[in-house]
Design a protein around this ligand. Structure first.
Ligand code: ASP
Length: 344
């Protein structure tokens, strides 16, 4: 009798160990995560300059992490993280957007839900305080994928988003960048300020922003928001609002957000290229990002990529001319980490 009891006990213990092991394996299989970027840089900020931006990037990661921790969707996490950076003057998105050649601020943003493959984007918007929210409106409330110009501004207003005047986007440092770019007759990425031959004097600022996330249900999402390039032609649309170029998410493979020479990223279909290399060539997410960056560089582009695969593995890559990409990641229950190019 006691033997029987002992046997049953042993079986029970075995069963619970097996259950715990499988639960553990499942937890290890993927852990919800949010990853962000704030553009690439050829320059590297000083520690003091970076500290200001680091605070915002951590806040952004925490906003996304909070949603994932509460069981929220990767799409909502991405929007929350991007909004924090759009509201900061330190990034080339929302408040801190760069100027067009005619002195306007024209904003581009996109959002993609990897579960449904629904996506929404806006381009050339001049009055939307948080372009990423307008991308969500396009995704959820219209039969379209990309709405540009006046139509985007009107749609945002009709859906109760916060509308601002152009002067909201005015920042002295971005205006100074425009003037300097006009002097040298160049169209500049934020990181291009480092070009010594231009003799530019403005303090380095961070760039386009992006966020990608994997939630507890295994759903991937990606969002990207930008003011584009300094001194771009008025009406120019970059890669950031183009699904498959600057932004992409698909639960069967990866979520990607890009930053860099948008006119080249479009031609490489860069964000989708990461997905294709991962899915069809079976490259690791890191290798897929690196290979895509090589293709961007071959066409003369510069910049970076953040990506995560469906298991939550990350892939980061940037072109060799850059010291690095300002980016960060936060897994569930872990302190957000920020990675940044070498300090001066
Ligand atoms: N990709 C953006 C654009 O070309 C710029 C950037 O990432 O800095 O509009």
């Amino acid at each position: 009798m006691s033997l029987m009891k002992g046997g049953k006990k042993a079986l029970l213990v075995l069963a619970s160990v097996a259950f715990l092991a499988s639960a553990n394996l499942y937890a290890k299989d993927f852990k919800p995560v949010i990853v962000i970027h704030g553009g690439t840089s050829g320059l590297g900020l000083t520690k003091e300059e970076f500290a200001k931006r680091e605070v915002v990037m951590k806040e952004s990661l925490k906003a996304g992490q909070k949603i994932l921790e509460a069981g929220g969707s990767s799409t909502d996490a991405v929007i929350a993280a991007i909004k924090v950076m759009e509201d900061s003057p330190e990034f080339n998105a929302g408040k801190g957007a760069v100027f067009t050649s005619d002195g306007y601020n024209e904003l581009d943003a996109s959002l993609m839900d990897g579960k449904t493959l629904n996506a929404g984007a806006i381009a050339m918007a001049r009055t939307i305080k948080n372009p990423i929210e307008a991308a969500k409106v396009v995704m959820e409330k219209t039969p379209h994928t990309l709405i540009a110009g006046e139509g985007a501004d009107k749609l945002a207003k009709a859906n109760g988003l916060e509308i601002v005047k152009q002067k909201y986007f005015y920042t002295e440092h971005r205006y100074k960048q425009l003037k300097e770019a006009q002097k040298s007759k160049e169209i500049l990425l934020d990181s291009d300020k480092a070009k010594a031959h231009l003799g530019l004097s403005t303090e380095p600022y961070l760039g386009t922003v992006g966020a990608i996330a994997l939630d507890k249900n295994g759903n991937l999402a990606a969002g990207t928001s930008t003011g584009g390039t300094t001194n771009k032609m008025t009406g120019r649309i970059g890669d950031s609002p183009i699904i498959g170029a600057g932004n992409y998410a698909n639960n069967d493979s990866v979520a990607v957000s890009c930053t860099g020479t948008g006119d080249i990223y479009i031609r490489v279909a860069a964000a989708h290229e990461v997905a294709a290399l991962y899915k069809h060539k079976k490259l690791s997410i890191q290798k897929a990002a690196e290979e895509t960056i090589k293709e961007v560089a071959q066409l003369g582009g510069t910049g970076g990529i953040i990506s995560i695969d469906k298991k939550g593995k990350v892939g980061y890559a940037w072109t060799k001319d850059k010291l690095g990409m300002y980016h960060g990641e936060a897994r569930l229950g872990e302190e957000p980490k920020i990675f940044w190019p070498v300090a001066k």
